[in-house]
Design a protein around this ligand. Structure first.
Ligand code: AMP
Length: 178
């Protein structure tokens, strides 16, 4: 076992939601006050030296870390939601899934031209969701200089794919495989 308290708090559940997927469950980090605190502290440290004025988190687990981080930093928070959840006028971005496609949305007044946004999620796998989120935020005239994930699955290449789009990508913990 790698001796990292944060990594050790992440529980792996095999074959969820389908056979072959090793689900990296972060609820075991959240329920541990020190672990949750350490995750937010390390996310904040990853943002050191990055000039950002807002945090955006991806539904659903990105809301938990993103909102806590935003409070910690004294910044506003923007939820990036799955389609048809937001009540007001939205802008959105479609992205490909293994089978079919999905869509994420924000309110059309959630961010403003010139905002510099840190993108937060619990985990980056293929990078499809985070790349769509980056493109969506940029389509509203913002910049996304940095993205922070609790977990990276480097074998899936998402962090490399996302950095090729521009953001500096930080992750706190990595796991081999899917
Ligand atoms: P991707 O778009 O492929 O980078 O997938 C990232 C999104 O799917 C994140 O919002 C994660 O919460 C979720 N996800 C993908 N793979 C896993 C996994 N092995 N364990 C937990 N969550 C995952």
């Amino acid at each position: 076992m790698i001796d990292d308290p944060l990594r050790n708090l992440i529980r792996t559940i095999p074959d969820f939601p389908k056979p072959g997927i090793q689900f990296r469950d972060i609820t075991t980090v959240l329920r541990d006050a020190d672990g949750f605190g350490l995750a937010i502290e390390r996310m904040r440290a990853a943002l050191d030296g990055h000039d950002v004025n807002m945090i955006a988190g991806i539904e659903a687990r990105g809301f938990i870390f993103g909102a806590a981080l935003a409070r910690e930093m004294g910044l506003g928070f923007v939820p990036i939601r799955k389609k048809d959840k937001l009540p007001g006028r939205t802008i959105g971005m479609n992205y490909a899934l293994e089978y079919g496609q999905d869509r994420i949305e924000i309110h059309d007044d959630a961010v403003g031209k010139g905002d510099r946004i840190a993108l937060i999620d619990d985990l980056i796998a293929t990078g499809g969701t985070a790349i769509a989120a980056t493109r969506l935020l940029r389509s509203a005239g913002t910049e996304v200089p940095v993205a922070v994930f609790l977990v990276d699955l480097p074998d899936l290449g998402g962090a490399d794919r996302l950095s090729a789009e521009g953001p500096v990508v930080h992750s706190l913990v990595a796991f081999d495989g899917h």
